[in-house]
Design a protein. Structure first.
Length: 367
């Protein structure tokens, strides 16, 4: 268990901060092909008013922003009209009310892609906000021949409180997993808050054809199907980071986590098994180390006591070193909580597994 933990953190999980450091040292990007940003909105007027200008005002030579309105209130449309008067590269369309028996988010993305003028498609959400005016430039650095998909990083806004630190740490861990594997040439998912792909790849794959009955999977399942070690790159420069607001309630966040758990059951490949091995090896190592420590102290076998303590300390030093370096590279101020999170995350995962098993999958995936 000790060696398994060292392997994961020294290799796949350490790739994020190394990649970020390399990309931050690159010269200014002159590779700026025209691109289309697509956002699907549903009763998000406040978020659009707050976040959309940061996207529309990106320092980028030629791009369009297409907002697809999904039966939103009149307020959404009013916000888009006002913004459209100031930003002539903002376009809007809507999902017909007659559309049925398909995920409206998938339909919205599909309609946005159909309306787009450019080959590169960047997808995000109305509640997401780039940290820099060079967000699109950072993503476009990777728009090179042979690359069809670019995966970016997104996390919650920095807030005080244990719950905020927990979910920020959790998102950091999720990113270390899927972005670390993508950097290593084995991508298996993406998150549609900060992601780009070529339109022709989407069209040649027939878009979301294989996931039409599923409510979820408009981002991660699509990437799971079309990505490979040669056509996928990761963007992790400090200018490429996206932020989003904290969930309004703990229940909302837990529902999202269970939904992603259900989506993961549709992944092709062995990513879920590989992730599970790391999670449960962490739990088994902690249990074994604690059992050995307790037993050796009880029987006064001090050699075993020292051995258990040494292995546990080495493991935690390695984990905390990788965690804190990655958090610093991504601008996450959760260093003091990472130790607690590492100890508790197998229990968090077990709790979500139990809730996932006790609920019917169709509640999250199918209409």
């Amino acid at each position: 268990m000790f060696l398994i933990q060292l392997y994961y953190f020294l290799f796949p999980y350490s790739r994020m901060f190394k990649c970020s450091k390399q990309q931050n040292n690159l010269p200014e990007n002159d590779n700026c092909p025209p691109l289309s940003v697509i956002i699907v909105t549903n009763d998000s007027a406040t978020m659009l008013k707050e976040n959309l200008p940061s996207i529309l005002e990106q320092d980028y030579p030629e791009f369009e922003v297409i907002v697809v309105n999904d039966e939103s209130s009149v307020e959404d449309e009013n916000v888009l009209k006002i913004l459209g008067n100031h930003y002539h590269h903002l376009y809007r369309t809507f999902i017909p009310k007659s559309a049925r028996y398909i995920s409206r988010k998938k339909l919205g993305v599909a309609m946005g892609i159909k309306a787009s003028k450019y080959d590169w498609i960047v997808v995000t959400e109305p509640y997401c906000k780039p940290e820099s005016k060079d967000w699109l430039r950072s993503m476009a650095r990777n728009f090179v021949p042979g690359t069809d998909i670019v995966l970016g990083y997104c996390n919650y806004n920095i807030h005080k409180g244990i719950f905020a630190k927990r979910i920020i740490s959790d998102m950091l861990m999720v990113s270390m997993r899927f972005l670390g594997r993508a950097i290593g040439g084995k991508p298996y998912m993406g998150i549609g808050r900060n992601m780009a792909y070529r339109k022709d790849v989407y069209l040649s794959h027939k878009g979301f054809h294989n996931q039409l009955p599923l409510l979820r999977g408009d981002d991660d399942l699509l990437i799971n199907e079309i990505s490979n070690g040669k056509n996928t790159k990761v963007c992790l420069s400090s200018n490429s980071i996206m932020r989003m607001p904290l969930p309004k309630t703990r229940k909302q966040w837990e529902e999202e986590k269970i939904g992603y758990e259900v989506t993961g059951s549709h992944y092709k490949g062995h990513a879920r098994v590989i992730n599970a091995i790391e999670t449960w090896s962490s739990l088994l190592f902690s249990i074994s180390a604690l059992a050995l420590l307790t037993t050796s102290i009880f029987y006064r076998e001090w050699i075993f006591t020292i051995s258990a303590l040494t292995l546990w300390i080495l493991k935690e030093i390695t984990v905390m070193e990788i965690f804190t370096k990655t958090a610093k590279a991504m601008g996450e101020k959760v260093y003091s909580y990472l130790f607690v999170y590492d100890i508790m995350r197998p229990l968090y995962s077990l709790s979500l597994k139990i809730r996932y098993i006790t609920r019917h999958k169709s509640d999250y995936m199918r209409k």
